[in-house]
Design a protein around this ligand. Structure first.
Ligand SMILES: *[C@@H]1O[C@H](CO)[C@@H](O)[C@H](O)[C@H]1NC(C)=O
Ligand SMILES: *[C@@H]1O[C@H](CO)[C@@H](O)[C@H](O)[C@H]1NC(C)=O
Ligand SMILES: *[C@@H]1O[C@H](CO)[C@@H](O)[C@H](O)[C@H]1NC(C)=O
Ligand SMILES: *[C@@H]1O[C@H](CO)[C@@H](O)[C@H](O)[C@H]1NC(C)=O
Ligand SMILES: *[C@@H]1O[C@H](CO)[C@@H](O)[C@H](O)[C@H]1NC(C)=O
Length: 498
């Protein structure tokens, strides 16, 4: 889910759009391109005016930011759209990470496709969701929401925080669901004059991909869903599927630490140290620099939630701000010595564009998932199940955060989770569903369940840890490219080791 974007630095300067494009208005009547982008990305960028509400297109519109990295080939395979998940991840942040040295797309892929990035509605440069940062920084602890006044506190926070988003952003906050977003993508496809929608979606981007496929099955080109979400899973199923998969990755990390001397806590009882750091009532100090403030007190809950984000790659991926497991073990060792600075939650700040990804996360999730929890007893029930089945994380994971934070959220659940329509999915051409067996965020169970709903899809497994596979540039990445470039489809249930 959000692991791969939350740690990304977003652009801090405003992008100013030029009204004259190099390519002119003939070939792309609705997108005005400008090269290079005013924000210093080495890609073309432009905008498309799209309706806030696709069902009532005349009741207001906003500008959707679109980015294009053109191939130099004249016989290119077409336009490859991508989405990096979150929800909240924006294409502009991804291009920025590339500019900062991230080897994200391979030369081979860049040579074959025009890469099209869209900042989804409410994100990046596309009318970002803005909320009250000071309020956001008072977000209460999830584990407290089951009793002792914690439920009322959570409810009051959710209502006030959600209202601040509505007040500061406007009506777009009511139309942040994934159906609205893929309708925007479809307008971009039409504006580009692309025959087919070729797509690489990672993490929550797999929700957008499957939603697009269900809505426009005859437009689907080559589609990759990497790190899959299965929306048949609802309520506590969703929470516990993620918690169980996260716990499996925690066990992997602990096993690695016990056997590999490069772990800072090697031979020191990493399990017992982690257990102490995350025990009920444990609070450690953090002292972040003024330029990047964080919560000065770090609870066990904070550590568990931050740890999930950091587990997503075993090897460091500096361009995306991901530490890798060795550095993560150093951070835990430092916490065990009483300093939890690197495990603290960053504070949101006024007018800081990076925080808009954190806000849009909830705006989307509360319309795509919402919550089945209504009372403190409901919350307590889920917390008890989590504490029993997944004691290392106590049920804490992104979907528990969503289930609790969406209680009392002011916008409607417009796109509730459900099975994909079997008649429509039968028309979708072969696509690739990729997952690591030990993914800490999107479960192999979801990749398998999604495969069951898409008759022509193929499961490709990476026998390893970490969230999503393409950007690791291993054998799985090669199989993804073979499909995108040559249409070569691996056998269903192929297992690769890297
Ligand atoms: C075309 O792009 C590819 C990939 O970026 C690069 O390796 C190649 O040198 C380029 N060729 C030309 C003729 O610019
Ligand atoms: C964990 O906490 C217990 C109780 O305070 C203590 O006895 C034990 O030594 C701690 N373990 C580690 C590894 O710090
Ligand atoms: C905790 O660690 C941070 C980061 O290394 C450092 O800046 C800070 O001074 C440390 N605080 C204490 C109290 O040691
Ligand atoms: C944030 O932006 C608003 C509107 O542009 C402005 O009024 C406010 O002073 C800014 N706040 C800070 C802390 O810069
Ligand atoms: C996954 O890798 C482990 C060893 O790392 C091996 O024991 C296991 O058989 C592999 N599973 C598959 C399905 O390839």
């Amino acid at each position: 889910m959000k692991g791969l974007h939350l740690l990304l630095p977003l652009a801090s300067t405003a992008l100013s759009w030029s009204s004259t494009g190099r390519d002119g208005a003939h070939s792309y009547p609705k997108i005005t391109w400008t090269l290079p982008c005013a924000n210093g990305l080495d890609v073309e960028c432009g905008f498309l005016s799209v309706p806030i509400d696709h069902d009532h297109p005349h009741q207001g519109s906003f500008n959707l930011a679109v980015f294009r990295l053109k191939t130099n080939r004249t016989d290119s395979a077409g336009s490859l759209f991508y989405n990096t998940g979150g929800p909240g991840g924006s294409a502009s942040a991804w291009f920025r990470a590339m500019k900062n040295g991230g080897q994200l797309w391979s030369e081979n892929l860049l040579a074959n496709y025009d890469i099209i990035g869209v900042d989804p509605r409410g994100m990046g440069y596309s009318n970002p969701v803005v909320c009250d940062p000071e309020l956001f920084n008072t977000k209460p602890q999830l584990l407290d929401a089951g009793d002792g006044g914690g439920f009322a506190q959570a409810l009051a926070f959710n209502k006030a925080f959600g209202k601040s988003c509505l007040d500061r952003t406007g009506a777009l906050v009511e139309f942040m669901d994934s159906v609205s977003t893929i309708k925007d993508f479809e307008l971009v496809r039409q504006a580009l004059g692309s025959n087919k929608f070729h797509y690489y979606g990672m993490s929550y981007g797999t929700v957008l991909g499957q939603t697009y496929a269900e809505t426009y099955p005859d437009k689907v080109g080559r589609m990759i869903l990497d790190g899959a979400v299965d929306r048949r899973s609802v309520g506590i199923d969703t929470v516990m599927t993620e918690a169980v998969t996260y716990q499996a990755s925690m066990q992997n990390f602990f096993d690695w630490c016990e056997t590999d001397p490069s772990c800072s806590l090697h031979a020191q009882g990493v399990r017992s140290i982690f257990s102490n750091l995350t025990a009920k009532g444990s609070v450690l100090p953090a002292s972040c620099p003024t330029a990047a403030p964080c919560r000065p007190q770090v609870t066990g809950e904070d550590i568990i939630l931050t740890f999930q984000q950091a587990l997503v790659t075993r090897d460091p991926l500096p361009a995306l701000g991901l530490p890798g497991w060795v550095l993560l073990s150093e951070v835990l060792a430092q916490a065990a010595l009483g300093n939890a600075t690197f495990l603290s939650t960053p504070l949101a700040r006024a007018n800081r564009s990076a925080d808009t990804a954190r806000y849009s996360y909830y705006a989307v999730a509360c319309q795509d998932y919402g919550t089945t929890l209504k009372t403190a007893a409901d919350v307590r029930r889920v917390l008890n199940v989590g504490a029993s089945l997944t004691p290392w994380n106590k049920g804490l994971c992104e979907f528990l955060d969503i289930a609790i934070t969406c209680i009392g959220w002011p916008t409607k659940l417009t796109n509730p989770p459900r099975a994909l329509n079997p008649v429509r999915m039968a028309k979708v051409p072969p696509m690739l569903i990729v997952n690591a067996f030990f993914d800490p965020e999107t479960s192999a169970m979801w990749a398998s369940g999604l495969r069951e709903q898409i008759p022509n899809a193929v499961n490709l497994w990476r026998n390893g840890t970490g969230h999503t596979s393409y950007f690791l540039h291993g054998d799985t990445s090669k199989a993804i490219e073979d499909f995108l470039i040559d249409g070569t489809m691996p056998a269903d249930n192929t297992v690769l080791q890297s």
